[in-house]
Design a protein around this ligand. Sequence first.
Ligand code: IPE
Ligand code: IPE
Ligand code: MG
Length: 236
Amino acid sequence: MVFKLNIPKHVAIIMDGNGRWAEKRGLARSEGHLEGSKTLEKIALHAMDMGVEVLSVYAFSTDNFKRDKKEVDYLMNLIVKYFNTKFEKLNKKGIKVLVSGRTTNLRDDVIEAIKNVQEKTKDNKEGILNICFNYGGQEEIIDASIKLAQDINKGLDITNFTREDFYKYLYHDLPPIDLLIRTGGEQRVSNFMLYELSYSEFYFTNTYFPDFDKSEFNKALFMYENRDRRFGGLNK
Ligand code: IPE
Ligand code: IPE
Ligand code: MG
């Protein structure tokens, strides 16, 4: 008998615990971020191999600007390096890279790297890696509402506007999230994809993100398999 897993179409990960991973080893927090970036590449490739269509990850929140300049600078440099080099492997695998977040207050080289990676991978069809960078869930809803208001001013008829229609105003028109994973032990959403998380299943693990490997990812998939999703209805 062959068992076929019910694979979630859209998985999201709050990649937390990089700093504590490094501190536990007597290393600088930046070492944890570097290690986390390597983990992200492995997990993205694995998720697509497992049949996940969209993987969204929280890489830098709008509130992470509250951290020391040194750490913020390191993370900005890391994303530029990541998009200019690491994405080649993802590109070869046919993965389309999207970036979600505000760009207004980012450095020019960061904005350039974000533009390049999206442009170079835009025709890829094997899966989507959506990197949430300088991202806030409340900010995304505000930005979407502003775009919608502009369309209403231009004459859009909203008489039958649905919650599905609102997705078109978000940073990217992606499917709702089926499974949310948060590493690092905290059991909160912080400011991540608040609109898209409606009805998603949550999986929390104490594992710090740099240690989150394929088998840890598979554990979350097995858990998902046994969840009873009702979407407000009744499964009989
Ligand atoms: C997540 O790891 C990555 C970012 C927020 C950029 P943290 O840096 O939050 O790591 P901890 O939570 O301090 O261990
Ligand atoms: C959430 O982690 C943001 C990212 C993983 C990028 P934080 O470490 O910033 O969240 P809080 O402060 O613990 O809620
Ligand atoms: Mg954290």
